[in-house]
Design a protein around this ligand. Structure first.
Ligand SMILES: Cc1cc2nc3c(=O)[nH]c(=O)nc-3n(C[C@H](O)[C@H](O)[C@H](O)COP(=O)(O)O)c2cc1C
Length: 210
């Protein structure tokens, strides 16, 4: 545990969608969250929050809402005579959402609505026209990377999910976290699959100098 180099951890990590039934220890989850708290954030505002969803009732409501969202999308698509391709995508992304209910641990990650930052302050003062919250997306990503990488170091698998957010209409209301903008869900547990390496872009493809 914790003996792999950073490069090894990064290259070994894959999204895990099938888990063993064993429950990861609470202390490990705390360690993952602690790593997330060490991430950079705009003016050190630290707006990212993690929520462990352990209530069966809440999970059931999420599942019901997700199924209703899928039905609504399919009905609208049918009414508009939309392409079959879209129907297949809806089916496929629904499948890539449902496994989260079988994972030992399910988390939501979000950012505090009341957070401030340089660009937000300027926007509120009317000095800039747009505040697109990109800084919060970046900040969430950094916290998530720390969270899942620490999990990887401990031998835990994880998967970040945003597809469910397309189906679920008001996740903050269901979770009772209306002070947060929920940005994704994350499953965590001991992996029960070992997906091999996948094609990654080369450095030349993603890096350029101007
Ligand atoms: C922002 C984000 C959203 C994602 N949403 C989903 C999702 O809804 N369902 C899912 O199964 N995987 C989801 N993934 C996992 C990606 O499919 C996965 O990271 C990608 O295919 C690369 O595979 P790897 O993580 O195994 O390297 C998401 C990943 C990210 C970063």
């Amino acid at each position: 545990m914790d003996r792999l180099s950073l490069d090894e951890l990064m290259s070994k990590r894959r999204s895990i969608r099938t888990y063993k039934a064993d429950m990861p220890p609470d202390q490990w989850i705390e360690m993952m969250v602690r790593c997330a708290t060490m991430s950079p954030s705009p003016s050190n505002t630290q707006p990212v929050r993690f929520l462990k969803i352990s209530s069966t009732g809440i999970k059931e409501r999420l599942h019901e809402d997700m199924a209703m969202g899928r039905q609504h999308l399919l009905k609208t698509l049918e009414e508009r005579n939309g392409p079959k391709r879209l129907k297949n995508w809806i089916a496929s992304y629904y499948r890539f959402s449902e496994f989260m209910f079988d994972a030992p641990l399910l988390f939501a990650a979000g950012t505090v609505k009341a957070t401030t930052g340089f660009s937000k302050k300027l926007f509120e003062a009317g000095l800039i026209e747009r505040y697109d919250r990109k800084d919060l997306d970046i900040t969430t990503g950094l916290a998530l990377k720390a969270f899942i990488l620490k999990g990887e170091a401990l031998g835990l698998g994880s998967c970040i999910l945003t597809a469910p957010m397309v189906f679920i209409s008001n996740i903050e209301k269901i979770l009772g976290t209306e002070d947060l903008d929920i940005r994704c869900l994350i499953t965590v547990g001991f992996p029960d699959e070992a997906p091999g390496p996948i094609q990654r872009k080369t450095v030349q493809e993603v890096f350029r100098t101007v």
